[in-house]
Write a protein that binds this ligand. Structure first.
Ligand SMILES: Nc1ncnc2c1ncn2[C@@H]1O[C@H](COP(=O)(O)OP(=O)(O)OP(=O)(O)O)[C@@H](O)[C@H]1O
Ligand code: SF4
Ligand SMILES: [Mg+2]
Length: 363
């Protein structure tokens, strides 16, 4: 949301290194034998630089929220490391995690579900002060009212219940709570998806203003590609638990290199008449494969119009390709070339997509 940044510029705040998060699938009443794993996050490498907004996009179920929860320490990782200001938070003892939890906050999609309806708004926003014992009594009330004012809520509504606020106001309550301890990083998981379009812009602009005022760093997850373009400095595109492409925002939107990114953008341009005139739509055939048995090689190959034999054998590394801007990385053996159109092209390799039933899953 701040000045445009690219990989290589600025100090790294968060470094996600080879992170996997698998959820075991168990069967059997007594022994609960592991019969498989959901590969929700399957080898992700990412950097988030101080003061920037990293957007994360991708189809439903590709692992965005799971990655977000790993970054905020809400999910233990299966393997890999997450460094925050150089410290590996995946191996921290509880005492170390407490300091980390002050610095990293999360804003959730559902402003209704994430607020306890039986508690007054003042005490909800003041929770972080209580948990971290940083302010009590009249001081806590003063600071909560300051936060309410900061996010555009009337401080006199301190004693009201969540039900007395509109959807947009409830998300402002979530923002105030996240800001209470002056965090360095806020992970926003679809923060405006549940709000009316007219309210979405107000909340997004509030987040932008707060970022400028407090030098915040955001990881911003959303389905709406134009919103991600508006808020992000850099974007990572996820597909089935992995990063398919990442770059400065305009590099991804103007010169997508991964066939999946190109398809996502062409689908989105249908709702944007100007873009629709310029772009022909790429229709992805085939189902999203199961995260329990991801396809071998490049996991996009069963749906990819450019797939060739090598794609079935070899998982493409996420690297910078010839001619791309610094920090523009793509996991594809045959990236989309400038001027190349994928419109009207079908998946080039026959697919066998297995969708096993999901029995009981354990975190
Ligand atoms: N606690 C859990 N236990 C078991 N499986 C899970 C759990 N959380 C997520 N998953 C599975 O992991 C995969 C990734 O889910 P995740 O919620 O991270 O996707 P997402 O990209 O956030 O999707 P959406 O856009 O719908 O929010 C999915 O297959 C999901 O069913
Ligand atoms: S590696 Fe092959 S299958 Fe994967 S996106 Fe590139 S061309 Fe398509
Ligand atoms: Mg999600």
């Amino acid at each position: 949301m701040s000045a445009r940044r690219i990989e290589g510029e600025g100090e790294v705040l968060v470094s996600v290194e080879g992170v996997y998060k698998h959820f075991p699938i168990r069967q059997g009443i007594v022994f609960k034998k592991e019969v498989g794993r959901v590969h929700a996050v399957d080898g992700v490498d990412l950097r988030v630089r101080r003061g920037e907004t990293l957007g994360i996009v991708g189809e439903s179920g590709c692992g965005k929220s799971t990655l977000a929860r790993c970054i905020t320490g809400l999910h233990p990782v299966t393997s890999g490391r997450i460094l925050f200001e150089g410290t590996d938070i995946t191996g921290l003892p509880k005492s170390g995690l407490k300091a980390f939890r002050r610095d990293v906050q999360m804003i959730f999609q559902d402003p209704y579900g994430s607020l306890n309806p039986r508690r007054r708004v003042g005490s909800i926003i003041g929770d972080p002060f209580a948990v971290h014992a940083t302010a009590a009594g009249a001081e806590r009330k003063r600071r909560v009212q300051e936060l309410m004012e900061l996010v555009g809520l009337n401080p006199e509504h301190y004693n009201r219940f969540p039900a007395e606020f509109s959807g947009g106001q409830r998300q402002r309550i979530g923002v105030a709570r996240a800001l209470a301890l002056r965090p360095k990083l806020i992970v926003c998981d679809e923060p405006v998806s549940a709000l009316d379009v007219s309210i979405q812009a107000q909340v997004v602009n509030l987040l932008k203003d707060l970022q400028d005022e407090f030098g915040l760093t955001y990881v911003f997850i959303a389905h709406d590609l134009s919103l991600v373009r508006y808020v992000s400095d850099r974007v990572a595109v996820m597909y089935l638990g992995k990063v398919a492409e990442a770059a400065a925002v305009e590099d991804v939107y103007v010169r997508p290199r991964h066939p999946y990114t190109a398809a996502l953008l062409s689908a989105a341009s249908v709702s944007d008449p100007d873009a629709a005139e310029r772009a022909e739509r790429i229709v992805l055939t085939g189902d999203v494969p199961s995260p329990i048995q991801p396809p071998p090689g490049c996991r996009f190959h069963p749906r990819c119009p450019k797939a060739a034999g090598r794609c079935v054998e070899e998982d493409p590394p996420l690297i910078r390709r010839d001619g791309d801007a610094p920090g523009h990385v793509t996991a594809c053996h045959f990236p989309v070339e400038p001027g190349e159109s994928l419109a009207g092209r079908e998946a080039s390799i026959a697919q066998v997509s297995t969708q096993p039933d999901l029995p009981e899953v354990e975190q």
